[in-house]
Design a protein around this ligand. Structure first.
Ligand code: ATP
Ligand code: MG
Length: 170
C-alpha cells in the first residue's frame, strides 16, 4: 500500500515529522509531495524545492525508516479542478491520501481517492508560519524542527535570508 502526503514544508517541522512517522506505520511506501515547488525567497516560501528535499531527506535519515519514501516537488498550476490530475502525472500511483487540508481532501475525494485525516500535533507551535515569524523576530525556533533540519537551515544561512526578505537587518 502506497500513501501520499503533501505540504509546502517551509520549513519541515516536528508536526510534519510526527505525522509522517505515524503514516509510515500504516503504509508500505510513502510519497511526500512538496507543494508550491516553484516558490522560494518569499516570506511564505523562503526555501527552494531542493532545500526542502534535503531537509526532509535528512530528517528521514534521523528516523532510520526502511520504507521507501519518494520526495517529489510539485509546482502550482493555479487550477484546482485539474490539480489532482497534475499530481498524478508527477508521482507514482498511490492508494490513499493523508491530509488535514480541506481543499486537498475535497479535490481527492471528488476524484474518488481514499482520503484519511491525520492527527494534529501541537499545532500552536508546530506551524510553519509561526516558526518563520520566530526566525524573523530572533526567537527560539530550532526546538520546533528536527535537529537535522535546524542544521540544514544553518548551512544555507536560511534565517539571514528570511530576515533580509522581511526587510529586517540585524
Ligand atoms: P504554514 O503555516 O506555512 O502553512 P504548515 O505548518 O501549515 O505551514 P504546511 O507545509 O502548510 O505546514 O503543511 C502541510 C501539511 O502538514 C498540512 O496539510 C497540515 O495538515 C500538516 N501539518 C502541519 N502542521 C502540523 C502539525 N503540527 N501536526 C500535524 N500535521 C501538521
Ligand atoms: Mg499550511
Amino acid at each position: 500500500m502506497r500513501g501520499f502526503f503533501i505540504g509546502r514544508f517551509q520549513p519541515y517541522h516536528l508536526g510534519h515529522h510526527y505525522v509522517i512517522q505515524h503514516i509510515l506505520e500504516k503504509v508500505d511506501e510513502l510519497i511526500i509531495g512538496i507543494g508550491s515547488a516553484q516558490e522560494s525567497h518569499t516570506l511564505e516560501n523562503p526555501f527552494t524545492a531542493g532545500e526542502r528535499i534535503v531537509m526532509i531527506s535528512r530528517a528521514l535519515d534521523e528516523i532510520g525508516t526502511k520504507k521507501k519514501v519518494y520526495i517529489i516537488p510539485l509546482e502550482d498550476i493555479y487550477r484546482n479542478s485539474l490539480w489532482v490530475a497534475h499530481v498524478c502525472s508527477m508521482v507514482p500511483k498511490f492508494d490513499v491520501v493523508y491530509t488535514n487540508n480541506p481543499l486537498v481532501s475535497r479535490l481527492f475525494r471528488e476524484a474518488n481517492f481514499r482520503v484519511e485525516h491525520t492527527k494534529m500535533y501541537n499545532r500552536v507551535e508546530y506551524q510553519g508560519t509561526e516558526i518563520r515569524r520566530k526566525m524573523i523576530e530572533g526567537e527560539d525556533w530550532e526546538i520546533f524542527v528536527p535537529k537535522s533540519v535546524a542544521e540544514v537551515i544553518k548551512e544555507i544561512d536560511g534565517v539571514t535570508r528570511l530576515r533580509e526578505i522581511a526587510g529586517k537587518d540585524v
